[in-house]
Each structure stands twice: as C-alpha cells, then as structure tokens.
Design a protein around this ligand. Sequence first.
Ligand SMILES: Nc1nc(=O)c2c([nH]1)NC[C@@H]1CN(c3ccc(C(=O)N[C@@H](CCC(=O)O)C(=O)O)cc3)C=[N+]21
Length: 292
Amino acid sequence: MNAVTATRLDGKLTRDEIFVDLTARVSALRDRGIVPGLGTVLVGDDPGSAAYVRGKHNDCAKVGIASIRRDLPADITQDELDAVIDDLNADPACTGYIVQLPLPKHLDENRALERVDPDKDADGLHPVNLGRLVLGEESTLPCTPRGIVHLLRRYDVPLAGAHVVVVGRGVTVGRPLGLILTRRSENATVTLCHTGTRDLAAEVRRADIVVAGAGVVGLITPDMVKPGAAVVDVGVSRTEDGLRGDVAAGVEDVAGFLSPNPGGVGPLTRAFLLSNVVERAERTAGTGADGS
Ligand SMILES: Nc1nc(=O)c2c([nH]1)NC[C@@H]1CN(c3ccc(C(=O)N[C@@H](CCC(=O)O)C(=O)O)cc3)C=[N+]21
C-alpha cells in the first residue's frame, strides 16, 4: 500500500488565526468608542438552529463583539417578524445581523431576507448584496463561500486556472461560490453540479478542487476523486450517528487535501460572519478595512 493521507484543511486552527486578527481590530474600534454588535433572529426551537446561534454568540464574546439576541416563538406571524427586523434595522447598537435559516414553513424566507437593511446584512444573502456580487461590485459576501476560499488559500491550494467542481446550487454555498471563484481575483474555472447533472462521477473526476455541499451522505466516493485533488466537505446531514458530510470514507487516501465536516468550513462560516460585522463597523468608522 502506498496510500498517502491527505493534508487536513483545519478549520478550527484557521478560525483561531482569524479570531486573533478580529480581536485586535475590535479592540482598536473600541478604543475609538465604537462597539461592533452582531444580532441574531432565531424563530422557533429547532435544537440544531439554537446550537448554531449559541455558537455565534460564544464567538462574539471571544473577539469582543456585542451580542443582540432576538429569540421568537415558532408561531410568530410574518408581520411580527417584520417588526423585529425593522427594529434591528433601526438599532444603532446592531452593526449587522442574521435571520437564522431555515424559518418555520409558514414564514416567507425571501420576504424576511429582503427586509434586512442591505448594509446590515451580515450573511451577504440580501438580493442587493448578491446582485452586487453578480455585477462585480464590492459587497458583503456570503460567509460559507468566504470560508471555503480562505481555507484553500491558507493551505496554498492554487485557485488560478484550477478546475473547481461545486456540487450543490443552494443560495448559501454553491451559487455564490461559483460567482466568487470565477472573479478575476480567484480566476478558477467552475462547474456547478446539482441533482440534474447527468454524470456526477465524470464531472468530479476532472476536478482539481471538489466542493461538496449537496447534503447527501457519502456522495463523493474515493473512485470519483482525482489523485491529489483538494476536497472540501460542506454537506450537512443529521443522522442517527450524528452530523455527516457528503464525503465518503477512503477519500482521504486519494485526495491531496481534505477539509472534513465537521471540523472544516463550519467554524469559518462563523468567523466570516463576525468578519463581515467588523468590516462594516470599520467602514462606518472610516478606518481602512483590510478585506481578506
Ligand atoms: N442565516 C443563516 N446564516 C448561516 O450562516 C446559517 C444559517 N442561517 N442556517 C444554518 C447554516 C449552518 N451554519 C453553520 C455554522 C457553523 C457550523 C459549525 O461551526 N460547525 C462545526 C461543528 C458544530 C457542531 O458540532 O454542531 C464544525 O463544522 O466543526 C456549522 C454550520 C450556518 N448557517
């Protein structure tokens, strides 16, 4: 056997590095009397969503960002949700915020996302920000795609000229990731695959980088991966055995780099949520944001 295990793209380590930078920048803002605040709107009592929101506020405490929580009952009406969103839009203590998804089925997610002030959209999911991304204008970028690109760069995985196969066309990962990776600054070539793709295995086999976010357990098998390719697992499925990703066991023996799930991009999604808030606070304060 000459199988070499893939280099692990470590999301927690990379998150810790980002937190060191954010902590210093928040401290500089606080020295000037500016306290960045992240708001969350959580509707209902789904334990998974509650855990994610808790994690986001724990992260805020670590870097010195103030937390604003709006926890609402599952049977809230759309008008009542609108009023909470209007309230956060008007709250000067709230630099940016998110409406935790998914919302209960009787509520219209797009209506809620569109009501958020685009300048306070910490998720980068407002139509104005997604539209700016399409137009190549500066915008708040969605957190998971930002985390994926940062993690690949952090481990020196070449993007320019690379062929990236993204599996999943959802609005939080696949769709915006394709737009980001094909910008001049990333210069990758992207194939966006989905449930209608005729021969997924053939597409994935051609990839220098695979990003799997379909939410199908074990979808990406070792025979589908080009030796040495980078594989980033962002699929999330809740099973009886806990959280499972899209990448099957054995891929680590074929890939050159592997970002597992959990332990990969998830912590970076949270880190870039905070980063979006800090950048907005810096912009309104008139300091030079460093981007990244
Ligand atoms: N408006 C909105 N914005 C979001 O960003 C958003 C959302 N809604 N709804 C749900 C998804 C999911 N998501 C995750 C964030 C962190 C981890 C994360 O930190 N995961 C850890 C493990 C955490 C655990 O074990 O539960 C890891 O991958 O190592 C995972 C998933 C953000 N989301």
